[in-house]
Design a protein around this ligand. Sequence first.
Ligand SMILES: [Zn+2]
Length: 103
Amino acid sequence: MFCKKCGKEIDENAVVCIHCGGAVDDNLILVNKNSNSSKIWLGVVLEIFLGVVSLFIGFVLYPAESVARKTFIKGWFVVFIIKVVFIFFCGIMALILPPAYYV
Ligand SMILES: [Zn+2]
């Protein structure tokens, strides 16, 4: 058979084109895309969970109204924002990138 993307001849049983890397079966793209986005969501949930846990640990370690706690909260907030931006960037890239990259 021939690849739908690049038109080159590929093996009858091929799942992915050896020439362009494109998925041969349209269903495969769907499955991989779904599993990929669920991985992203798992990462988001895990990230928020770990963020909350680390914030909680900081609150336990540093006494209320202390400079150490204020510094910790500032640092935690900066790290959290960076992580949120990174997660959104990864999520957007996953949506933009062509299906071939999911394989
Ligand atoms: Zn191809």
